[in-house]
Ligand binder design. Structure first.
Ligand code: HEC
Length: 489
């Protein structure tokens, strides 16, 4: 391997143009880029270090796809599901975009786990990096918060019931649990206020904190310096450093490229579905969370009654505190995993436990016939709903008209004739009116049935001028059409 000495006098880029000189004079961009790209990495670039940049890339991708989704999304119990169905079924590339966002969330959790594992196994949290570790812990919690709040927003059956379970689990926490549930739901039941709260958290609050913390996290990382390989001194590195640019940048970009290809192919070939709209009255629905919440979901099943306080509160609190406080009590500078048996066995135990709980959850579901049957039924309903073309919401006006028309068989027949004769081409669906012709709603107050019949047979000059032909139909059909037209309210 060639040596990669840091060159303090390096200029970026080579061969400066007049424009670059001007820009640099105004902004100092040369120094910014130098600081960003010429970071020394003790022991040289490695693929083990790529996960942090990977997370940054996914976060940016989530922001961009999220902004496009927000162009269509309406956060209310009445419209959330319709607007997501519209994105999925009607908007050009909408399904692809939404899938990128939804799979991006899962990718985030996976890469976050890899980043955390690398930091832990390499002992990179050691050597004056306590606050860097703490900022990472907060980011971890924020990412899980993003996953939790985002899951509800489509307001389909799956989203509604998973969030009902999630918010109920929070209420198990002694003392504050009930208030916490009320705070999240915006009331005792889930509805528009819940969507609004989750939406605000998902789109404004948590992302703002993530932006701030990503900034601090990178700043603190640069301040402490890259920790390098496991046999390196975490405070005063001695191994030959290599600059971040170009080799480490390229390695980081390799992961980014892999993520783009993987998420792109997945979103294109296995797009994220949307299920039927949330129906809170459905008592049969068996809720299941997103895969990364399955271990917690399974864990909570084991703790009931008075034991709940141990399983729901004490054990998780101790675990979280142990992780958060890690760099404060693990003070040795030893970073080689094989010299840290307690740390490494704890890590392996935790990973195996999480995996075991997650797999157990799936196993239990498959081996309980009634649950398995209900889950299969839910999947079928979801597939069926996903295949149906997009159905727009009816306005209250046309809905009322359609209902009246359906109440009377003659009017129902008339409605069919109205559409078959293309009356709706000018007068609009359900006679609500268009630019070409006036609304027919309320015509009953204006004309008697005889007068309408007369108009149909002998159109006025204005009607003829507007392109409305005389209506020539068998007497029964004519009567049905008149009944329908006069039923429009
Ligand atoms: C090519 C466009 C067009 C089509 C198709 C059409 N109409 Fe009309 N219709 C008009 C216009 C224009 C008027 C006159 C508007 C005015 O008086 O200002 C009119 C007027 C009417 C009126 C009288 C409304 C009023 O308030 O005076 C009735 C009733 C009516 N249409 C029913 C029908 C029915 C039923 C059909 C289908 C068989 C039909 N129209 C098809 C354009 C159309």
């Amino acid at each position: 391997m060639t040596s990669h000495q840091p060159n303090e006098n390096a200029k970026f880029p080579e061969g400066q143009s007049g424009f670059w000189k001007w820009l640099n004079h105004r902004t100092g961009i040369d120094d910014v880029l130098k600081t960003a790209l010429y970071e020394p990495i003790p022991g040289g670039a490695r693929f083990a270090y790529i996960f942090g940049s990977g997370l940054l890339f996914i976060f940016i991708s989530q922001v961009i796809t999220g902004v496009f989704l927000a162009l269509y999304y309406v956060p209310s119990a009445d419209h959330a599901h319709t607007t997501v169905a519209y994105i999925t079924k009607a908007v050009t590339a909408g399904s692809f975009l939404r899938s990128l966002h939804a799979y991006g969330a899962s990718a985030m959790v996976v890469v976050l786990f890899l980043h955390l594992s690398q930091t832990f196994i390499y002992g990179s949290y050691k050597g004056k990096r306590e606050i860097l570790w703490l900022s990472g812990c907060v980011l971890f919690a924020l990412v899980l918060g993003m996953a939790f709040t985002g899951y509800l927003l489509p307001w389909d059956q799956r989203a509604y019931f998973a969030t009902a379970v999630g918010t109920n689990a929070a209420s198990e926490i002694p003392l504050v649990g009930e208030s916490l549930k009320l705070l999240m739901r915006g009331g005792t039941e889930m509805g528009t206020l819940t969507i609004s709260r989750f939406f605000v958290a998902h789109v404004f609050l948590i992302p703002a904190f993530i932006f701030a913390l990503v900034g601090s996290h990178i700043f603190l990382f640069r301040k402490a310096g890259a920790a390098g390989p496991v046999d390196e001194d975490p405070i005063e590195p001695k191994q030959q450093p290599e600059l971040f640019y170009p080799r480490q940048v390229l390695m980081d970009l390799a992961l980014t490229a892999l993520l783009i290809v993987f998420l792109g192919l997945l979103s294109f070939f296995v797009p994220m579905q949307i299920g039927p709209p949330a129906n809170p009255a459905d008592a049969q629905y068996v809720p299941r969370p997103e895969w990364y919440y399955l271990p917690i979901f399974q864990w909570l099943k084991y703790w009931h009654g008075s034991a709940a306080i141990v399983g729901v509160l004490m054990i998780p609190t101790v675990l979280v505190l142990a992780v958060v406080a890690l760099p404060f009590f693990d003070r040795s500078a030893e970073r080689r995993p094989w010299k840290r048996p307690i740390a490494m066995s704890s890590y392996i135990f935790l990973v195996v436990a999480l995996l075991g709980l997650g797999l157990r959850s799936g196993y239990v579901d498959r081996h309980d016939p009634s649950v398995a049957q209900q889950l299969a039924k839910q999947k079928t309903e979801e597939d069926e709903y996903a295949r149906k073309p997009f159905e727009p919401e009816l306005s209250s006006l046309s809905l009322a008209a359609a209902n009246v028309a359906l109440a009377d068989p003659a009017a129902a027949k008339g409605k069919a004739i109205f559409e078959a004769q293309s009356c709706n081409a000018c007068h609009g669906d359900a006679g609500v009116g268009t630019a070409a012709a006036p609304a027919l709603v309320g015509i009953k107050a204006k004309y008697s049935a005889e007068q309408v019949e007369n108009l149909f047979k002998h159109p006025t000059a204005k009607m003829t001028a507007g392109g409305m032909p005389p209506i020539d139909l068998p007497p029964d059909d004519l009567k049905a059409l008149i009944t329908y037209v006069r039923s429009l309210n």
